[in-house]
Design a protein around this ligand. Sequence first.
Ligand code: RET
Length: 246
Amino acid sequence: MSTAITVSYSISAVGLLVGVGIVFALMRSDRVDAERGKFAWLFIIPGFAALSYILMAAEIGVITVNGNEVYLFRYIDWVVTTPLLVGYAGYVAGAPRKWVLGVAAADAMMIIIGLGATLSTGIATWVGFGVSAGVHLVLLAILYLVFPMFAREHRERYRLFKILQNHVGLLWIAYPVIWITSPAGLGYVSAVGTAMIIAYLDLVAKTPYVYFVWTERASFAVDPVDADDAGTEETIDADDVAAAAD
Ligand code: RET
């Protein structure tokens, strides 16, 4: 394996561990309700990925298919963590359980079929790619057409939902494009180049995701009534009225 790959994977592993630290901070904050935010699930996102990157940097689980090196832990990581990324966005939208689980299952299918395409040869590769890309479009439709219907009913989480929706919706479009240019597809970009781009994308898909939940943690404030304690504003209003009367 090239040094460039080892370095890229190690940098991503460190960046993902920062994400684990952010989730720790979320869990420890006494201003937010970790139970309501279901933050424990967020640990898995950067945590599992960091572990996968450490294993990939150590060249564990690398197989050669049609002369190309395939990192199995990339797909194992994706099949575990990407359903959580998209499912949690649905949870924040306030979507019912069946939608959250449904979108997570569809996502896992997209990855498994994508792995099938990577391990295949000839026409099967492109059929697999087409089916996986089709499932990706279904995910995007759910993210942009279905989840917003529920999100409108949960105003306090709306802003966080919009951030996660666009983070997942826009960033993920890069993955099938990179697959096409990679050695698994048309081979325009080398295995090293592809590995470096994916290492960067995976980090950007995960650590900022949990950071956004951190910055919008007030969506899960311990007691929303206490949090915007009505008293304060009314006092100001009352003072204003008194001042105006003077
Ligand atoms: C593949 C190839 C087949 C077609 C499609 C793909 C999509 C992959 C995606 C991966 C997202 C990964 C993320 C990882 C975070 O660490 C499997 C490349 C559509 C969308 C967000």
